[in-house]
Design a protein around this ligand. Structure first.
Ligand code: NAD
Length: 252
């Protein structure tokens, strides 16, 4: 699918994987809308890319509706990438052995899972009404799970649950949106070098990189962006979750 002149929307586009993706999409000629929190670097990143910043919390139906409207002023919306997410540690039991706060669990599920669903459903409604390309495609929605969907770590039950659910909803959404010629895929990254890892000491980051069978380093945000572009370009890829992780299988 040729995306030159088409509109693209990237959530979490102010940082990390989303920023790298927005950069690649803009280089391919797409008119990019960055959707991120108001206090993020979204305004600066959008400015650098000649795109639009639509400040929104992905969990808000109203704010996402405005963001999708803003993106669609730039052209037919053909590419939507869900990168917004959080990964705070949240163990089952706190230091005193008491159950940890339900609010922490709910917040992770709200942003990572419900936020992804909110953006996907609202963008799909818009895309379904647009004219298809000459090739008959209406567009592609790419979401971001994680290897944590499959190899869960201690302290990450909510994160794993949210990402497992993003993976699990990929196929049913792809099957439903097939009648509108919209494809839906998910990328499950391994450990990527982004601000999300900033809390980890450098030695711990290096050691994680060394656990990757090949290449033995952390993933680069642009390698995620390349995967998005491959999904956009490959019209037969649909309903799939693709691990992008250098073959790492995480120990507990
Ligand atoms: P990041 O922290 O660099 O970027 C995440 C972005 O999401 C930030 O700009 C943040 O402001 C935005 N965001 C957070 N909550 C939001 C909300 N409610 N509404 C709108 N925007 C919101 O992290 P990243 O590493 O680029 O992560 C991108 C995605 O990739 C996340 O979903 C993350 O879970 C997933 N992921 C990351 C890694 C990794 O190792 N970095 C691995 C697997 C999966």
């Amino acid at each position: 699918m040729d995306i030159a002149g088409a509109a693209a929307l990237v959530t979490g586009g102010a940082s990390g994987l989303g920023k790298a993706t927005a950069t690649r999409l803009a280089a391919a000629g797409a008119r990019v809308t960055i959707v991120d929190l108001p206090n993020s670097a979204g305004f600066e990143v959008a400015g650098e890319l000649g795109g639009i910043f639509a400040p929104a919390d992905v969990t808000s139906a109203e704010e996402v509706a405005l963001a999708v409207d803003a993106a669609s002023t730039a052209g037919p919306l053909r590419v939507v990438v869900n990168c917004a997410g959080i990964a705070p540690p949240a163990k089952v039991l706190d230091r005193e052995g008491k159950p940890s706060s339900l609010a922490d669990f709910e917040r992770i599920i709200r942003i990572n899972l419900i936020g992804t669903y909110n953006v996907t459903s609202q963008a799909a409604a818009y895309m379904a009404r647009t004219e298809p390309t000459e090739g008959g495609d209406r567009g592609v929605i790419v979401s971001t799970a994680s290897v944590a969907a499959f190899d869960g770590q201690i302290g990450q039950p909510a994160y794993s649950a949210s990402k497992g659910a993003v993976h699990a909803m990929t196929l049913p959404i792809a099957r439903e949106l097939a009648r509108y010629a919209i494809r839906v895929c998910t990328i499950a990254p391994g450990i990527m070098e982004t601000p999300m890892l900033a809390g980890l000491p450098q030695a711990a980051q290096d050691s994680l990189g060394q656990q990757v069978p090949y290449p033995s380093r952390l993933g680069r945000p642009d390698e995620y962006a390349q995967m998005v572009m491959a999904i956009v370009e490959n019209g037969y890829l649909n309903g799939e979750t693709i691990r992008l992780d250098g073959a790492i299988r995480m120990a507990p």
